[in-house]
Design a binder for this molecule. Structure first.
Ligand SMILES: N[C@@H](CCC(=O)N[C@@H](CS)C(=O)NCC(=O)O)C(=O)O
Length: 209
């Protein structure tokens, strides 16, 4: 059964990164089709594959699933052995809430601190709303780690909730947001994760090609 993930540029598409990480975490073999963002033809190019005109989209089982969270849920169902959500029902509910909050919210943080893999950019003076959302991310990370009772990731092994927050780790790194001491291990684990590193390598390669 062919599985194809439609993604945007590695250096630009945070939502593509999330879905791509989930497919890798599931151990699935899949092809990628990349559509360049920010071009005059981008919308039309994406619409050839994805009815929403957005990436990521997943072609599998004769259907196209658009949206990173829907893709993640479909993969979690298809690959239960990958344990992409925590086994404990209470921790799973908290992880789902955290993933949903990321997916639907953090608009100030996302607007003021745009996604990128580079370092040392200046976001300007952070608005109070952005400052609040940064603290809210830290609160979510702490809450999950305490509920799950062990790392190295938010709920133990790398799962969907981690994939949802990887682009935030890159945003924090890009703009030099200070990570509280108790969360530095988590950020290091994300940046060391082999698929996170693989995505960064692909971004470098695609920039120089
Ligand atoms: N809620 C969607 C958001 C997807 C999204 O915003 N994708 C951006 C790229 S990261 C996109 O496709 N933009 C279309 C464009 O630039 O024309 C999801 O979770 O997949």
């Amino acid at each position: 059964m062919a599985t194809t993930l439609i993604i945007g540029d590695y250096a630009k598409s945070s939502w593509s990164l999330r879905a791509w990480l989930v497919l890798h975490a599931a151990g699935l073999e899949f092809e990628t089709v990349q559509v360049a963002l920010d071009h005059a033809t981008t919308k039309a190019d994406i619409l050839r594959y994805s009815p929403s005109g957005m990436v990521p989209a997943l072609g599998r089982d004769g259907i196209v699933i658009n949206d990173s969270l829907a893709i993640s849920e479909a993969i979690a169902e298809a690959c239960p052995q990958a344990r992409l959500w925590p086994a404990d029902a209470r921790v799973r509910a908290l992880a789902r809430a955290a993933a949903a909050e990321m997916h639907a919210g953090f608009t100030h943080l996302r607007t003021q601190m745009s996604f990128g893999l580079d370092l040392g950019d200046d976001p300007g003076a952070l608005s109070p709303d952005t400052e609040w959302e940064i603290q809210r991310v830290f609160q979510i990370w702490r809450g999950l780690q305490q509920a799950a009772g062990g790392g190295p990731f938010l709920c133990g092994e790398f799962g969907i909730v981690d994939a949802m927050y990887v682009p935030v780790v890159f945003r924090f790194r890009r703009y030099g947001v200070a990570i509280p001491a108790d969360l530095q291990g988590y950020v290091a684990a994300i940046l060391d994760h082999r698929h996170v590193q693989q995505w960064q390598a692909l971004a470098v390669h695609s920039c120089t090609a």
